[in-house]
Design a binder for this molecule. Structure first.
Ligand code: ZN
Ligand code: ZN
Length: 166
């Protein structure tokens, strides 16, 4: 499917500050998590959760991402303003994956496969058994600068503040 304006987005997403937004025009195939050391580093987490589509089934609908080529075969896009990791692009294929956490509805895209098992952190196995609490109520009074999980016409990211460079 071509990413023309006439197409209806299957999924949408973007970065935390809202400077970069994207739409997917096909359902991702075989969403996955990757434990490899490059994915850990690229997302700053224990693994990357990725949902791939054909290259022309992704359109940047707001702003443009920055890119870092992490190897001879992979480019990763991210928001230059807020740093959110956005994609994994294998240059050998006409395919691109978005980070599942950057989707507006990440719960709709459960991973069905794991990669990079040799780098999997052993403590991943114990995560669901850790003691935990809900936190949303605790932060009920805060002012969020995060883009909401839906399209907001005319959204302007919060400008950088002097305190953020302290
Ligand atoms: Zn951003
Ligand atoms: Zn990886």
């Amino acid at each position: 499917m071509a990413n023309t304006e006439a197409c209806v987005a299957v999924l949408t997403g973007g970065c935390q500050c809202g400077a970069v937004r994207y739409a997917l025009y096909a359902a991702p195939e075989d969403p996955s998590i990757c434990h490899c050391r490059m994915c850990q580093k690229a997302v700053g987490g224990p693994f990357a959760a990725l949902a791939g589509v054909q290259l022309d089934d992704l359109a940047w609908t707001g702003g443009q991402p920055a890119a870092f080529q992490s190897s001879s075969i992979v480019v990763r896009h991210f928001c230059a303003a807020c740093g959110t990791p956005l994609t994994y692009r294998d240059l050998r294929r006409e395919r691109i994956s978005v980070t599942i956490g950057s989707l507006d509805e990440p719960a709709r895209v459960p991973p069905v496969r794991q990669y990079g098992l040799e780098s999997r952190l052993a403590w991943c196995d114990a995560l669901t058994d850790l003691p935990g609490v809900e936190t949303e109520a605790k932060y009920a009074g805060l002012t969020s600068y995060q883009h909401p999980d839906h399209k907001v016409p005319g959204w302007q990211p919060r400008p950088p503040q002097p305190s953020e460079n302290a």
